[in-house]
Design a protein around this ligand. Structure first.
Ligand code: SF4
Ligand code: SF4
Length: 56
């Protein structure tokens, strides 16, 4: 399991990458991408996203 990133809403700002304690997020082709094997669904990135592009 992992968070879902809405590619239509993501603007690639990188705020979520900064907030992830497990380093499960990165920016790929100007959009956030999650490593599903690393994400623990802690929710920190959801609160950090100004575009509300991340959901569980
Ligand atoms: S839910 Fe937590 S572990 Fe998963 S990508 Fe977001 S900040 Fe990282
Ligand atoms: S914080 Fe939101 S808009 Fe910014 S890169 Fe992450 S998912 Fe995309």
């Amino acid at each position: 399991m992992a968070v879902a990133i809405d590619q239509n809403k993501c603007v690639g700002c990188g705020e979520c990458v900064q907030q992830c304690p497990l380093d499960a997020l990165k920016i790929e082709d100007a959009k956030a991408a999650v490593d599903e094997g690393t994400c623990a669904e802690c929710g920190a990135c959801i609160d950090a996203c100004p575009e509300k592009a991340i959901a569980l």
